[in-house]
Design a binder for this molecule. Sequence first.
Ligand SMILES: Cc1cc2nc3c(=O)[nH]c(=O)nc-3n(C[C@H](O)[C@H](O)[C@H](O)COP(=O)(O)OP(=O)(O)OC[C@H]3O[C@@H](n4cnc5c(N)ncnc54)[C@H](O)[C@@H]3O)c2cc1C
Length: 422
Amino acid sequence: MDDPVSDAASLTPELVRDELREWLGDNWDPDLSLLDWRQRLVSSRWAVPSWPARWHGRGWPAWTEDIVAAEMARQGVVGTPVGSGMGLVAPTLLAHGPDPLRERFLPAILTGQETWCQLFSEPGSGSDLAGLTTRAEADGEEWVVNGQKVWNTSAHHADFGMLLVRTDWNAPKHRGITYLALPMDQAGVLVRPLRQINGHASFNEVFLTDARAPLDHVIGDVGDGWRVAQTTLAYERRFGAFFSGRRYDPAPRRAFAEARAEAEEHFKPYIWYPQRAGRVDLLIEQARTTGQAGDPVVRQAVARTLALQKVSGWTAERARVARATGRQPGPEGSIGKLALSGVARSAAAAHSLIAKSSALLAGPDAPLAGTITEILVSVPAQSIAGGTDEIQRNILAERILGLPREPSDDRNRPFRDLPRNL
Ligand SMILES: Cc1cc2nc3c(=O)[nH]c(=O)nc-3n(C[C@H](O)[C@H](O)[C@H](O)COP(=O)(O)OP(=O)(O)OC[C@H]3O[C@@H](n4cnc5c(N)ncnc54)[C@H](O)[C@@H]3O)c2cc1C
């Protein structure tokens, strides 16, 4: 760390902005390599001011992050990388440790030197994630992992996987799971892309055959992986935040150019995500160009979708403000995720109404060169990724409304005795 840090209690937005401007004036240099720049940013503690002082932050309140991000964006300064390292792994490590893994992984997440993917879902365990059967057994100084994961976005270019494995088959279902940091570049890890109905291949199936992870690569504690995974999933439902795009200078100097290349590589698997969200932005224009802007049924469908989007935006804003006051993401993230599914479905229905049977055409002659078709086949993913709509409703019912849990007899019996998919 190379500058004095103001006391959190005396902070005001102006003070934060002034201190940052002074520091950027002395330090921001777009001709540095991206790595050199980010190392400078991290060692100054401006990269993540709300993180604890011990872990590259300033221990400042969460609202200071927004001030810092806005000022850096205003000046066109490159910040921390996008992706699941910053979005999911870092908050999980900060919450659960242990310290040696925080030391090992946080710096390379902050600089973008190491990237991550999520290895949670399995062919027989998606919604029923706690039913996972990928196993890890300790062997000397290593875990030996066998099993299969699926739907793993970006696994093809990740350095590490957030891996959930079963380490105790005699413990009840939710208590025999461990959360490992798995090195992806090894012979025991086979990553195969899955081609989707919309033609893209953004996720993969991952086969683990005697794959190895160091014994101390356990995030949280052995057997406590379910609780640790809840932190990751809560951050994943915190919609909007970690897929936000970033703009870079059109004639970039070195740090910009490298950051743009990094972002382009990162966003390749997400190229269809705007279609997945329903492309509400195209509705009015499509209604006008097809001469249907005066049709009362079309008008109603478009207005309904725009209204839903507006309300969903307010829900997102409430979540953003809650974050700025330092609240950890909780079950209310499920409300936002459900709202986005509703917007996407409503937009897809409105697009079909406007495009009529030509909504089924793909290729360059189709409406918007096939974009409408891509919307229709991509929207269902919105209500599946990160937990399906039904699972979000279960979370809201049980954790917010306090309704009884779904009946089950699997909570206290050893996992090995439970009936499960083979
Ligand atoms: C775009 C996308 C990206 C993804 N990225 C990743 C990733 O990076 N890493 C990863 O590990 N996974 C990823 N996934 C997987 C995702 O988490 C799972 O698809 C999801 O949890 C659902 O599991 P499943 O597909 O096995 O469906 P299932 O669990 O088999 O569900 C089938 C149907 O049954 C319903 N259902 C199941 N249980 C209940 C219940 N208790 N009550 C009511 N209804 C129920 C579901 O709602 C659904 O409609 C991704 C998925 C998508 C679509």
